[in-house]
Design a protein around this ligand. Structure first.
Ligand code: HEC
Length: 173
């Protein structure tokens, strides 16, 4: 009797985990470069993505690494690995889309209840963060689905002109 119940349950479990593996492969696939513009890379949906080839990252992945370690790592842990206080963003970005990421970082999020307070601050008026939203997303996406190892990326592409212009107008204006 137990065997007859357990077998279909096992089949379901295998189906479910197979599905999970496929979803993660899909996310990796979704992050593939479909176009580029002056050293910035985009996926097929037009969302920013990373380039990581022969140990060299695109400029935005490198910049995101630096920004992450100045404004996010205190709570989310080095390299996006998470902490006892805040979730591992290198895991979150396996499934979280670009729009959701941007709105959480801009608006923050509060989770208060059961004697536990968990607060993601809003960075919508912090230039050091909002001027580099794409950089942060691109870096964390590379950590989540691009096999980017922990630590400072050793080699990077040159800083594109458009990144310099965006920085000057966003930080200055
Ligand atoms: C003061 C601590 C703190 C800092 C600094 C911080 N976060 Fe958070 N963040 C949190 C907490 C806590 C949560 C979980 C909130 C919740 O439970 O809803 C969170 C959640 C998030 C989420 C949602 C993750 C998920 O899996 O749902 C994203 C995305 C995020 N943070 C991005 C960032 C980025 C990018 C930065 C740096 C610019 C940053 N955070 C800086 C504390 C912080």
């Amino acid at each position: 009797m137990t065997v007859r119940i357990a077998l279909p349950a096992l089949a379901l479990l295998l189906l479910a985990t197979g599905g999970l593996g496929m979803a993660q492969a899909d996310n990796k696939e979704a992050a593939a470069i479909a176009s580029d513009e002056d050293g910035k890379y985009f996926d097929a949906e037009g969302n920013p993505t990373f380039k990581f080839e022969n140990g060299t990252v695109d400029w935005y992945t490198f910049s995101g690494y630096r920004r992450y370690h100045s404004d996010c790592h205190v709570c989310h842990g080095p390299d996006g690995v998470g902490s006892s206080y805040a979730p591992a963003l290198a895991e979150s970005l396996k499934t979280m889309d670009y729009g959701t990421f941007i709105s959480i970082v801009a608006e923050g999020r509060k989770n208060i209840g059961a004697g536990k307070e968990s607060v993601m601050p809003a960075f919508g008026d912090n230039k050091n963060v909002y001027c580099y939203m794409d950089d942060l997303y691109i870096y964390l996406r590379a950590r989540a689905v691009g096999d980017l190892p922990r630590g400072r990326p050793p080699k990077k592409e040159d800083k594109p002109e458009s990144a310099k212009e965006h920085e000057a107008s966003c930080m200055g204006g």
